[in-house]
Design a protein around this ligand. Structure first.
Ligand code: FAD
Length: 343
């Protein structure tokens, strides 16, 4: 059990900045995201695209913004839990009990939902017979690469993840069949070239402009896949395991079950504290709704600042929470780890 002041659901730009605003006020946070890297939409959907409307930064890419936010929260020793979805948020005693699908448990005095457009989940394969397969036979994430040693592997997809794993698992698996719905790959050139090298020596077979239509199994264990291509050819391939990389799509998921006042796929909040219908649970960034809401990063940053003040006040109800400036506040300098001669 991890005990903390605040658990933040989502490590997108707003969740990351929430860590900073809480840290300035002396509050400790744990941040959890269902995907394996921080940055939310910025790193998942547009890492290389330029953003022009972050105050004080004329232009930066989604990835650069994420890197800067991570640098900015370095002084605050945040607990970062990636690749885990928060499934349970429940009021308990005078705080909250929080649980992830990976079995992590937290108790916190407050929760901030910064879940954007929802938790990014792998896009599922649709094929006849899929519902009968066991979890080992069909996977959307790679666990220990050694589990594929000596196996006949099918990898589906044509982006970075699919190609990276073809190249990494090529020398480990007995053989890999790569199935892609196009004949052009969206991975970096060097990875495509490495995949072609493995194909040339026979470790990898590609079936392009193609889709898997049927899966056969023996008592839940995958045995064979049927693949059809655009030229109406059909291939029957014997396989032991299948890895699917069709990208990620957001889903509101478990948040809908936390008893909050939901407005379509967003959470209603007030504009003073950004608190939801459950006192002590706040919502900031793209996930919240209030009159005049704009889904912009800079709006989420403002919401994070006000939510932090509200949380501080909730945790210390008898003290007045004063605004202090980072330029001049000695206590903030201490929290930021700023040394005397840097002031
Ligand atoms: P997100 O970035 O969506 O992050 C939320 C995170 O929460 C995700 O990583 C998700 O996996 C995680 N999560 C959700 N549920 C759970 C759960 N139950 N457990 C664990 N984790 C969970 N905005 C601008 O201001 N300027 C721009 O120029 C701009 N350009 C854009 C370009 C594109 C192509 C797109 C798609 C968006 C753009 N935006 C821009 C919008 C901006 O990206 C969003 O406003 C911003 O990402 C919202 O940040 P967030 O932290 O609220 O949520």
């Amino acid at each position: 059990m991890i005990t903390t002041d605040v658990v933040i659901v989502g490590a997108g730009p707003c969740g990351l900045f929430q860590v900073f605003e809480l840290g300035l006020l002396g509050l400790k946070a744990e941040i959890v995201d269902s995907i394996r890297q921080p940055g939310g939409q910025c790193s998942e959907l547009y890492p290389d695209k330029p953003i022009y409307d972050i105050p004080g930064i004329p232009v930066c890419t989604g990835e650069e913004l994420t890197d800067s936010l991570i640098k900015q929260i370095e002084p605050f020793d945040v607990g970062m839990h990636l690749g885990e979805e928060i499934t349970v948020v429940r009021p308990e005693d005078d705080g909250f009990y929080v649980e992830t699908d990976g079995g992590k448990q937290f108790t916190a005095k407050a929760v901030v939902i910064a879940a954007g457009v929802g938790s990014f989940q792998p896009r599922a394969l649709r094929a006849n017979g899929i519902e009968d397969l066991n979890d080992d036979s069909l996977q959307y994430r790679v666990g220990d690469p050694q589990q594929y040693a000596g196996k006949r592997l099918a990898i589906l997809g044509g982006g970075d993840s699919a190609l990276d794993w073809v190249v990494e698992l090529g020398p480990i698996a007995s053989h890999i069949t790569l199935v892609h719905r196009r004949d052009e790959y969206r991975a970096v050139d060097a990875t495509v070239a490495a995949m072609r090298d493995l194909e040339a020596v026979g470790n990898v077979t590609t079936i392009e402009n193609a889709k898997v239509s049927e899966l056969q199994h023996d008592d839940g264990v995958l045995t064979k896949m049927t693949v059809g291509n655009k030229s109406k050819e059909t291939f029957e391939v014997e396989v032991d395991q299948m890895l699917v990389f069709f990208g990620l799509a957001p889903k509101l998921g478990p948040i809908a079950e936390w008893g909050l006042d939901i407005n379509r796929k967003t959470i209603n909040v007030d504009t003073e504290r950004f608190e939801t219908s459950t006192p002590g649970i706040y919502a900031i960034g793209d996930i919240n709704h209030y009159p005049g809401k704009k889904k912009l990063i800079l709006c989420g940053f403002h919401e994070a600042a006000l939510a932090a003040f509200a949380i501080k006040q909730r945790i210390e109800p008898d003290k007045k929470v004063h605004v202090q400036y980072t330029t001049t506040s000695p206590i903030m300098h201490e929290r930021l780890g700023v040394k005397e001669d840097e002031e």
